[in-house]
Design a binder for this molecule. Sequence first.
Ligand code: KE4
Length: 427
Amino acid sequence: MKRMRSSQLLRRAQRLIPGGVNSPVRAFKAVGGKPVFIKRAKGARVYDVDGNSYIDYIGSWGPMILGHTHPKIVSALKKTVEAGTSYGAPTEAEVELAELVLEAFPSMEMVRFVNSGTEATMSAIRLARAHTGRSRIIKFEGCYHGHADSLLVKAGSGATTFGVPDSPGVPLDIAKNTYTAVYNDLGSVREIFERDPEGIACVIVEGVPGNMGVVPPKAGFLEGLRVLTQEYGALLIMDEVMSGFRLCYGGAQTLYNIVPDITCLGKVIGGGLPVGAFGGRKDIMEKLAPSGPVYQAGTLSGNPLAMRAGIETLRLLKKKGTYEKLLNTTNTLCDGIEDIIKRRGLPLRIQRAGSMFTLFFTPEQVRNYQDAVGSDLEGFARYFGRMLSKGILLPPSQFEACFVSLAHTQKEVEETLDAVDKSLKNL
Ligand code: KE4
């Protein structure tokens, strides 16, 4: 595959934009080689600037659940843009999308729209701290909630000690308010609460983690978090930025029957335009300005285009049979890959949740971040490169999720399985 134009564009971009990209994972650092620059997309495929076509499993990291350029989304946006792009004033579309979101997430009595998942989780944590009057938070190793300072923190010498920055520029004074527990290990959470019974404002957890690869919650884990947070007077924040509408019409909380205090959303609810949202119990949300003292704001929050794309996306997802189709495609693909792994006797493992999945380069079950980092990252990088050359665009990191869309058909599944089989041969 020729990729001259992508290489030229990368050189030009690197002189102007750090790493030549506007989000680090796009730089292909974890898999080597150079990123492809995309020119256009349609359905289940993207086309790079050299004219190469790829079956797309990045799906803009989750939003493109309908597939790219869905005709209803395109026509709705064309119509909306003719009425203007942003007013900085309330609009009906924000009310419409709020109604759809609250209907899909009964645990949310009120919602506030923002422009990214990072803004959603950052604001949710501020709200939890204000509501409880406490400063410290618990997150999980391997879970990613965006790049707010409080969340770029890793475990100190031990999970129950204060956090340390996971990036330069995050002050120790901020990091020390974040504890990091072990995902799927309730004991590691209880230990922290027992050490700090009155100081924890919230526990934040991904609905189903996709940021260490897909790692489903063990039976009882999420329920246990709900019990522990209630026992110690902390809020439970479920970050469904990725899992929202990916597993069912709702979130992991719908599937696992959990009622969090605050939920964060993003990606799918903007249909590919910049969006985020956080919402929850009325008594908590009403503390937000202007109804309450907790400040949070945004120039483009509730942007008319993003709202319209979100409304039309959710309306289409509500249609009968949608999730059966999406999950059937995902399971056919994953079952096919499992057959290849078995037939070839390969030390690999697929983990899936709804319409997202990860092929881990380890034969062991991946229950937490330490398991995930035990994967053969070089093997994954070689696999990634072979798949790319066969016209399959995977997320360029072992610690990400592949996303299936409603535009992926049996044809794409067969083409993908053929590429997987050939790419895993003599890897
Ligand atoms: P954004 O700020 O990127 O919109 O959302 C942050 C975020 C919050 N919570 C969860 C569960 C997320 O998965 C994300 C962002 N996901 C990554 C994919 N691993 C976005 C890709 C990127 O960083 O470019």
